[in-house]
Design a protein around this ligand. Structure first.
Ligand SMILES: [Zn+2]
Length: 733
């Protein structure tokens, strides 16, 4: 009963609970200058643990100028902690080495977590500068710890004797994961190779920051300026007013500005009747990062890819993908290629069937107008698919939106489903400081009334926010630290004008459920060690619980609870709901093809050996060749992200964008299990919580899946869900 009209693709900032010294960002020289208590200025709130509930950050006291001193002192303090571990004359033990590492880096971690989130959600020139300045310093700090031979020797000794340490399963796994982490950072390299590694990491860190700053600058710089209101025909009054307002903000009063999101597709395209304007918006979108201006990312990504290939070679792998995938649930390049290769032909075939319907609609409409027909182009897809949907199912997104007022969806939909499943409850609180006025904060309680977590909701798009949707934790649960979770969900929902309600598209509704699935994974964490907290699981597993949570968006009893007209409180008419459900697999050929385009592009670029990687001026041609080689080069459906604005492959999803569909296999199997076992019940919620959501990374990821479903993952449920195989339920009707 899962009907995803669109699958939320968020970039979870999920694997954030790694020890702070092990987090990536590239080099410089980390100084071990001794910091005394005098260097802990009393007026810098980052230097002390927050006194607010659950260590919720003192957003009201934190200023941008506080970060640099906290980073410097935090790195110095962390290095002293590492020295103390290394210089301990006693033989290495679990306590004096592994636990000591787990407890180290408190100041640095706190400052980095808060900075990383604020810089992503509300950046400014000061934050951009700090980010650029410190990315190489953090990389150097990481190398200083991870490439420390004496430290690794202690971890290695424990690893080799792990069975005689008297540890429980979680402790044993912690030793093993620490060992793997050190080895994969280069701890086994020779000193000369380590020097190379430091250089590569330093350069990568600088380039990574440049890449992401260019992406944001290009989104803002590529906004489309429209001279007359006539050209905006088809857009709603509220959207037109917002476009006028945006023009005013940019000093172009009297004109209209259509802002862009970071995906290839742009939200107003289904509505804009003026074909020439659709073309302008689409072309502005796909040109981002390869226009030859100061924000061009082609040379940047070329250098990043080359450095990654160099690093993989240094580590003894043929390419970056082989290196990354070894430590994933998928395990090998072959497994990923095999999975994507199975899906691509079916997805493209589906997209072509959909295109034929769109072309027929174009032909009919043009004939009715007495005008010559034209061939379907990428900028026509969203527009005509909306028409075909209306024709086939006689509803459009605009009819749905009045039933999806944002806060109502959150409280009576997303929260309601969580209460039904897990017994947890929510209460908004207004006393905690905010980092931005457009955020909401909630206490989350267990069934017995004890506090479980604090949840921050930050829904709106703004020029200072990076694209997409994501979850992050400000504080992560662990028994060792005695902490519970403070988590936040971010989306890029257009903010309406003052006084207007925020009405969501179905896509935005499911994304809200998706992101909250990540937050549940964080909140329910019940592990001993910070290393394993919440979403600290492999990339190709982390999207699984969040995708499962999407299933409740249109679960009948959940939908009935929140899908109410924002003005009249009337429930969504049953026939409209039936149409929504009937249209579930509509346009899935497009959605799967645009996703696979990016996923296969990511694999192609990261599977190339170093000597075949493109130079900057060859990047776009290589992209075209990659799509062709993968059999996913279908012109009307360009990839969801093109290389120069593919933020995932710059961030933690390099060679990992396939993770969404890999997770979706697990998701589809789990949804099937839940549907066959009673659906929305406390029993199912508790089972999911106890076997999987609470376990974080403390157990092998695949085992967590097996614990819940009791069987190996099968691909059929995914194929059915995506309309790539016939649905036996539909056939039975
Ligand atoms: Zn996600």
């Amino acid at each position: 009963m899962k009907h995803p009209l669109a699958v939320a693709l968020c970039a979870a900032l999920a694997v954030s609970a790694l020890p702070v010294f092990a987090q990536t960002a590239g080099t410089g020289t980390a100084s071990a200058a001794p910091a005394t208590s005098a260097q802990r200025p009393a007026d810098n709130p980052l230097f002390v643990q927050s006194t607010l509930d659950l260590r919720y950050p003192h957003f009201d006291q934190i200023q941008d100028a506080h970060f640099g001193p906290a980073f410097d002192a935090g790195m110095a303090e962390n290095l002293r902690e590492i020295e103390a571990i290394v210089d301990n004359p006693e033989a290495p033990t679990f306590e004096n080495t592994i636990i000591a590492l787990e407890k180290s880096g408190e100041l640095l971690s706190r400052a980095r977590v808060i900075f990383g989130s604020l810089n992503g959600t509300d950046t400014n020139d000061a934050r951009k500068k700090i980010d650029a300045d410190y990315a190489p310093k953090f990389a150097a700090h990481r190398d200083a710890v991870m490439l420390n031979p004496k430290l690794f020797a202690r971890v290695d000794t424990l690893f080799k004797n792990v069975d005689s340490l008297g540890l429980d399963a979680e402790g044993k796994r912690l030793v093993e994961r620490y060992h793997t982490m050190f080895v994969r950072a280069g701890a086994n390299l020779t000193e000369a190779q380590k020097q190379e590694m430091r250089r590569i990491n330093a350069e990568s860190a600088k380039l990574g920051t440049t890449f992401s700053q260019n992406v944001l600058n290009e989104v803002n710089d590529s906004a489309v300026v429209v001279d007359t209101v006539e050209e905006l025909d088809g857009m709603t009054e509220a959207q037109i007013a917002a476009a006028a307002e945006e023009a005013k903000t940019r000093g172009m009063e009297g004109k209209y500005v259509i802002t862009l999101l970071n995906t290839t597709g742009q939200p107003p395209l289904p509505q804009i009747n003026n074909r020439a304007l659709r073309e302008r918006v689409h072309k502005a979108s796909v040109a981002r990062g390869s226009r030859g201006n100061q924000y061009d990312n082609t040379e940047v990504i070329s250098q990043i890819l080359k450095l990654r290939a160099e690093r993989a070679n240094l580590m003894g792998y043929p390419n970056q993908a082989a290196f990354i995938l070894e430590d994933s649930t998928a395990g090998t390049v072959e497994a990923v290629n095999d999975m994507l290769g199975q899906l691509a032909p079916a997805a493209v075939a589906n997209a072509k069937l959909e295109a034929a319907e769109l072309q027929a609609m174009i032909d009919r409409e043009q004939a009715a107008k007495g005008e010559p027909t034209f061939q379907l182009e990428p900028w026509d897809w969203a527009y005509y698919s909306e028409k075909v949907r209306q024709d086939k199912y006689s509803f459009d997104d605009a009819q749905l939106k009045p039933y999806f007022e944002m806060k109502n969806v959150l409280e009576n939909g997303v929260f309601f489903a969580a209460t039904q499943l897990y017994g947890i409850t929510f209460k908004e609180r207004t006393d905690l400081p905010k980092y931005h006025p457009d955020t909401w904060t909630y206490d989350v309680f267990n069934e017995d009334g004890s506090q479980l977590a604090i949840f921050i909701f930050d829904p709106y798009a703004r020029a200072s926010k990076r694209g997409g949707a994501w979850m992050n934790s400000y504080v992560s649960q662990s028994e060792l630290d005695g902490t519970l979770t403070v988590t936040a969900n971010h989306q890029n929902i257009p903010k309406p004008q003052a006084g207007q309600p925020t009405l969501l598209t179905w896509d935005e509704v499911t994304t809200m459920f998706h992101e909250f699935g990540h937050s549940l994974h964080g909140m329910f964490s019940d592990v001993k060690y910070p290393f394993f907290s919440g979403t600290s699981v492999p990339r190709d597993f982390v999207e699984f619980p969040s995708q499962v949570n999407e299933m409740w968006a249109d679960w009948p009893s959940v939908l009935a609870n929140y899908a109410k007209h924002y003005q009249t409180s009337e429930p969504m008419p049953a026939e409209l709901l039936a149409k929504v459900q009937a249209a579930a697999k509509f346009n899935q050929g497009f959605a799967t093809t645009e996703y696979l385009g990016s996923a296969m592009l990511d694999q192609y670029l990261h599977q190339l050996p170093a000597d075949q990687l493109p130079d900057g001026d060859e990047v776009m041609a290589t992209e075209a060749a990659a799509l062709k080689a993968a059999g996913i080069d279908y012109a009307p459906v360009p990839p969801r992200y093109r290389t120069p604005y593919f933020s995932h492959i710059n961030g933690g999803y390099a060679a990992g964008y396939y993770a969404y569909i890999w997770s979706e296999v697990l998701d589809a199997n789990t949804v099937q299990w839940i549907e066959q076992n009673g659906g929305l019940t406390r029993e199912n919620g508790d089972r999911f919580r106890s076997t999987l959501l609470s376990r974080g990374g403390s157990k092998d990821a695949k085992q967590l899946f097996l614990d819940f479903t009791g069987h190996e993952p099968k691909i059929e449920p995914l194929l059915i869900k995506r309309g790539l195989a016939p649905d036996p339920k539909a056939a039975a009707n």
